[in-house]
Design a protein around this ligand. Structure first.
Ligand code: PMP
Length: 401
């Protein structure tokens, strides 16, 4: 018999299942709000003009295809750290941030998970919000960390359960690892305010916890890369020494190029050198060294002042289109006479909106209206366009009233 004769069938990926169902649907105006990738107002994938320009420059240099070092393209990682931590960051100026290029945000989280599993002196467990990006659980448990959760979303207010979150942080055993979405929380679109971040930072400090930031949407949330980095920079200013996963999938539209970075803020330049050495030892047997092409594109954009400025404008454009679609969806629902409150649609931020629709309502949305999204009620606002927003609002109205 085959060695795989007894291998059980694994469950399909939730998002891929939605895409399958969407593809099969014959409705001429079907809508796919499942995928977490930006679409332009015509519903088409968007290659940023700054990326096109940077890629042309990279290609025209006819660079060789030699291996990068284990930690990737240095010009890229240096610029990525600057983007996240900001030019005024003391740890950056003092040379005490260890950073490595990674296979986008997922790879950054995975390196972080492996590092903590191997070296974290406290409990090898990580607290993630309820809910969180579906892959967090898998990434961290595959890294050998135990998964624990803290309260985050309040389904009654369709907003942040701030009190629950802070209470849970205070109740964690001293020195716990806590994962925080830096901005544009996925899947809820619900972020703490700046004041709430200050209180969260205090609670994390009080518990001597270790903050792990996942920043997959810098710039994509508000349209401003500095504003979206508020939480990370505030924690640094408060003396925390967090680690950080960065992704350039969304803010540069480099999804398939897999461009990201993982960094650890350390206490001294000497400590940074030791951390660097161990990061390399973790990365080497995982994939030896990261791909160079996407990192060269990102590096070209980040390091050329004019191109960087252009890119920031394009990020802002994407964020603004999403913010406009949120407003239009709410406006259309109100115009139809919906008796529900839809403020959460415009209060939330980033790629996703948590509609508050139940799993049964989401099934109806797909079966009766050919509108596809995940059963948790999350819709990708990036999939809404000026053309389909009216029909989307009508479909939701017919189900929710
Ligand atoms: N973290 C969060 C919260 C995300 O939403 C995503 C993208 N869906 C990622 C990390 C990582 O994505 P990628 O590996 O494509 O950078």
């Amino acid at each position: 018999a085959s060695v795989w004769a007894q291998l059980p069938q694994g469950p399909p990926d939730a998002i891929l299942g939605i895409t399958e169902a969407f593809k099969k649907d014959k409705h001429p105006k079907k809508i796919n709000l499942g995928v977490g990738a930006y679409r332009d107002d015509k519903g088409k994938p968007y290659v940023l003009p700054s990326v096109v320009e940077a890629e042309q420059r990279v290609v025209q240099q006819y660079l060789d295809k030699e291996y990068a070092g284990i930690t990737g393209v240095p010009d890229f990682t240096k610029a990525a750290a600057l983007l996240a931590y900001g030019p005024d960051s003391a740890p950056l100026k003092e040379g005490r941030i260890a950073i490595t290029q990674s296979i986008s945000g997922t790879g950054a989280l995975r390196i972080g998970g492996a590092f903590l599993q191997r070296f974290y002196p406290g409990a090898k467990a990580i607290y993630i919000p309820t809910p969180s990006w579906a892959n967090h659980k898998a990434v961290f448990s595959d890294s050998g960390l135990e998964i624990k959760q803290y309260r985050y979303y309040n389904k009654d207010t369709i907003g942040l359960d701030f009190d629950g979150m802070v209470a849970d942080i205070k109740n964690m055993p001293k020195g716990s690892i806590i994962l925080l979405h830096a901005c544009a929380h996925n899947p809820t679109g619900v972020d703490p305010t700046e004041d709430q971040w200050r209180a969260i930072s205090d609670a994390v400090k009080e518990g001597e916890h270790y903050p792990f930031f996942d920043m997959a949407y810098q710039g994509f949330a508000s349209g401003d890369t500095d504003k979206d980095a508020f939480a990370v920079r505030h924690f640094l200013a408060e003396g925390h020494l967090p680690c950080l996963a960065q992704s350039f999938a969304k803010n540069m539209g480099l999804y398939g190029e897999r461009v990201g970075a993982f960094s650890i803020v350390t206490a001294s330049a000497e400590e940074k050198v030791r951390v660097d050495s161990q990061i390399k030892i973790i990365v080497r047997p995982l994939y030896s060294n990261p791909p160079v092409h996407g990192a060269r594109i990102a590096s070209t954009i980040l390091n050329d002042p004019a191109l960087n400025k252009q890119w920031l404008g394009e990020v802002k454009g994407m964020a603004e289109r999403i913010i406009t679609m949120r407003a239009l969806l709410k406006e259309n629902l109100e115009k139809l006479g919906s008796k529900q409150k839809w403020d959460h649609i415009t209060d939330q931020i980033g790629m996703f909106a948590y509609t508050g629709l139940t799993a049964a309502e989401m099934t109806k949305l797909a079966e009766e209206h050919s509108v596809y999204a995940t059963k948790d009620g999350r819709i990708s606002v990036a999939g809404i366009t000026s053309e389909n927003v009216g029909r989307l609002a009508e479909s939701i109205y017919k189900i929710k009233g």
